[in-house]
Design a binder for this molecule. Sequence first.
Ligand SMILES: Nc1nc2c(ncn2[C@@H]2O[C@H](COP(=O)(O)OP(=O)(O)OP(=O)(O)O)[C@@H](O)[C@H]2O)c(=O)[nH]1
Ligand SMILES: [Mg+2]
Length: 224
Amino acid sequence: MKKIEIIENILEANETIASRNKQLLDKHRVLAINIMSAPGAGKTSLILQTLKKLKGKLNIAIIEGDVASTVDAEKVQNEARAVVQINTGNMPESCSLMAAMIESALKDMPLDGIELLLIENVGNLICPSEFTLGEHRRVVISSLPEGDDKPTKYPLIFIDADAVIINKMDLLPYVDFDIAAFRRSIAGLNPKTEVFEISCKTGEGIERWYTWVLDQVKANATRR
Ligand SMILES: Nc1nc2c(ncn2[C@@H]2O[C@H](COP(=O)(O)OP(=O)(O)OP(=O)(O)O)[C@@H](O)[C@H]2O)c(=O)[nH]1
Ligand SMILES: [Mg+2]
């Protein structure tokens, strides 16, 4: 009799594909960073700044995740070694990238020619925390207009972040955002994470971010 296996747990199935993705990336020595935030916090802006700054130092590919459109992919296409846009569609289960989508995108990537893959997740603070993609580092951006209570209200996404970025620091004089309170919340949830205060508009604080990215890529390249 033929045995039929049923995958009941969608998260478990996602994990299986995610570890396959990671193995493939490791085989080609590509470091993948999953960039997550609420809509509009500055994921694409950060990717653009990173591409411009690290051009000539690193070969970078981008996966853009959006519910619809190629707007973000068009913004980054001239700066990156390769760009793949994933449209998840407007379904309730499409509020995040999933490992299977990354698996398809990796088929179109020149993996031997890149050292860094930046993945822009769909703008959302809930779903992306559940679905790992096979990434090596997880980065969450919070921007000042969102308010300083997001780690308290959406803790899961911050708990396993390797880095948390506070973006739009240029707006500090105009909005009520208590940086110290935000940092205290993060320290309570995830004391080991790096916290960066930056402005993608003015470039303030962004140098430390580039250095961190370069360090992660170097550590990945020399990993045995
Ligand atoms: N003042 C200010 N505006 C910024 C900064 N970073 C990004 N923005 C603006 O914020 C808006 C959203 O930025 P994006 O980079 O598109 O944000 P995103 O997270 O990619 O947005 P989605 O892909 O829609 O989720 C744009 O109008 C940016 O110009 C910043 O540091 N300061
Ligand atoms: Mg974007």
